[in-house]
Write a protein that binds this ligand. Structure first.
Ligand SMILES: Nc1ncnc2c1ncn2[C@@H]1O[C@H](COP(=O)(O)OP(=O)(O)O)[C@@H](O)[C@H]1O
Ligand SMILES: [Mg+2]
Length: 479
């Protein structure tokens, strides 16, 4: 888990956590009904399912971390981690929403992933995935890793337990952000002595890069396809030796029915020398994935690559949102289901030619020029600036969704209530300057009191000095 220096510029805020003075659980219970049975438990705490009180369709998972088990430095850094993870926005990566803190615990509110983790699937549920199904899982995991790595983030703890699989075999990578500073000994303890997925350079305590994730993914794929672990031993030392010696075998009993391509790709991942190990980006182009890509006629491919007029119009009209509107729409995005986002995702993919989950300036310019001949290069660059909220020189999936989303279509009454309550911190049926300051700064928006006053004034149609729900609806729908 953990991350290394993100290439993206982040909005720094003084505090990432909700203020200490508040009892976090009481705060959480204002918005969610928390289930008493744990979805899972790991080395650092338990994960619970919770449901929004105002919109029963909006479910989240809350990871409760006992601060006693964490180092002071880890607690501090978790704030930064969540900020970085907030920038990750990918269908195959769990979304982190917010963090609360009180004296005893940290509470990470995140997207709820239905289904179970890959370890449970393979063991307790005894599911055996076919080679084609494995290729589909591998492709999604590589897309997720390519997105992380091109954002400067290394997961560091890729293993069966940290991969959620929905009933429809959609992959979600979970468990980012804690063992960043863990030493080998601490890792040993937290992994109950099993370094199965650790890359040789981690065990040899050398400098490591994002290549460690590809090694671990190699172990995951080997285990899924072969039904046994590539590196085993009676204890930590023996397993480590097997890994360092890169000793693994494709035993013919288990592997005879599996394609040469699959074995080839796994071998490229289980390559001892990190520099020679395949990257996620290159791995995505491996012939093994030919297995799952249908052959398409040129004409169909061309049609599928053309951006819809509606998307282009929305993008062209887009103007940077003020922090209140941006934050409210971000809350709304968190509530959308993957199905609801499907249309936008397809459109996004037409721009994202490198499959990194981000649109580069080059890709953006090309696509706009392809479909619009009335915009000059200068105008396109200006448009790109409007869209690229964090000045990262790329358009994230979130930026794209915010610009193209049909808010009217997805803003149900329940969702409006939920978002309103998020801002209405005192649940007083009104949003005042203090509410706005608190929520915006906890969501990493840099705002002054003066700016908050102006924002309230802008939408205060009822002229009460604060925002009522009717006023707030305007915040959401006004464009
Ligand atoms: N967002 C989530 N949705 C559903 N289940 C989850 C979610 N996050 C974690 N879990 C379950 O809880 C388990 C432990 O969570 P994880 O974040 O991996 O904690 P740890 O750091 O303790 O390993 C996971 O293996 C998974 O089964
Ligand atoms: Mg875990």
């Amino acid at each position: 888990m953990g991350s290394s220096n993100s290439k993206k510029k982040l909005h720094k805020s003084k505090t990432v956590f909700r203020p200490m003075s508040k009892v976090a659980l009481d705060e959480i219970k204002k918005h969610y009904m928390v289930s008493s049975t744990a979805l899972g438990r790991g080395a650092f705490g338990k994960v619970f399912k919770a449901q929004s009180l105002t919109d029963e369709n909006f479910r989240v998972a809350i990871k409760v971390l006992n601060k006693k088990n964490m180092k002071e430095k880890d607690i501090e850094e978790l704030g930064g981690e969540v900020q970085i993870l907030n920038q990750l926005d990918h269908k195959n990566i769990v979304r982190y929403y917010e963090v609360y803190e009180d004296k005893k615990s940290l509470y990470l509110v995140m997207e709820y992933c239905s289904g179970s983790n890959l370890y449970e699937r393979l063991t307790y549920q005894g599911i055996k995935y076919s080679e084609t199904e494995c290729a589909k899982l591998a492709q999604q995991l590589l897309l997720a890793l390519h997105h992380c790595h091109s954002s400067g983030i290394t997961h560091r703890d890729i293993k069966l337990e940290n991969i959620m699989i929905t009933e429809d075999n959609i992959v979600k990578l979970i468990d980012f952000g804690l063992s960043k500073n863990a030493t080998k000994e601490e890792m040993m303890k937290s992994m109950t002595g099993t370094p199965y997925y650790m890359a040789p350079e981690v065990l040899e305590e050398e400098e490591y890069t994002s290549a460690v994730d590809l090694w671990s993914l190699g172990v995951v794929l080997f285990t899924c396809l072969g039904g046994y672990r590539p590196f085993t031993g009676a204890n930590f030392k023996e397993i480590s030796q097997a890994i360092i010696g890169c000793k693994y075998k494709f035993h013919s009993r288990e592997w005879s029915g599996i394609s040469r391509d699959a074995k080839d790709l796994i071998s490229m991942m289980l390559t001892k020398e990190p520099k020679k190990r395949i990257s996620a980006e290159i791995a995505l182009k491996h012939p093994w994935f030919g297995l799952i890509t249908e052959i398409k006629l040129d004409a169909i491919v061309k049609k599928e690559q053309t951006v819809r007029g509606k998307t282009m119009t929305k993008l062209k009209k887009f103007q940077k949102l003020n922090p209140l509107r941006r934050c409210a729409i971000e809350f709304l995005l968190n509530m959308l289901s993957d199905e609801e986002k499907q249309y936008y995702e397809k459109e996004f993919n037409k721009f994202d030619t490198t499959k990194s989950g981000m649109i580069s300036d080059k890709d953006f310019i090309n696509k706009v020029q392809e479909s619009e001949d009335d915009l000059s290069n200068k105008e396109i660059k200006k448009l790109m600036k409007e869209l690229d909220y964090d000045n990262s020189s790329q358009i994230s999936y979130k930026d794209f969704l915010i610009a193209t989303l049909d808010v009217k279509k997805v803003l149900t009454k329940e969702r409006l209530d939920t978002i309103f309550n998020k801002f209405d911190t005192k649940l007083s049926k009104s949003i005042d300057v203090n509410d706005l300051m608190e929520v915006l700064s906890s969501c990493s928006f840099k705002v002054t009191e003066r700016e908050c006053e102006e924002l309230i004034h802008k939408y205060d149609i009822s002229d009460t000095g604060y925002l009522t729900k009717t006023d707030f609806k305007l915040v959401m729908l006004h464009s």
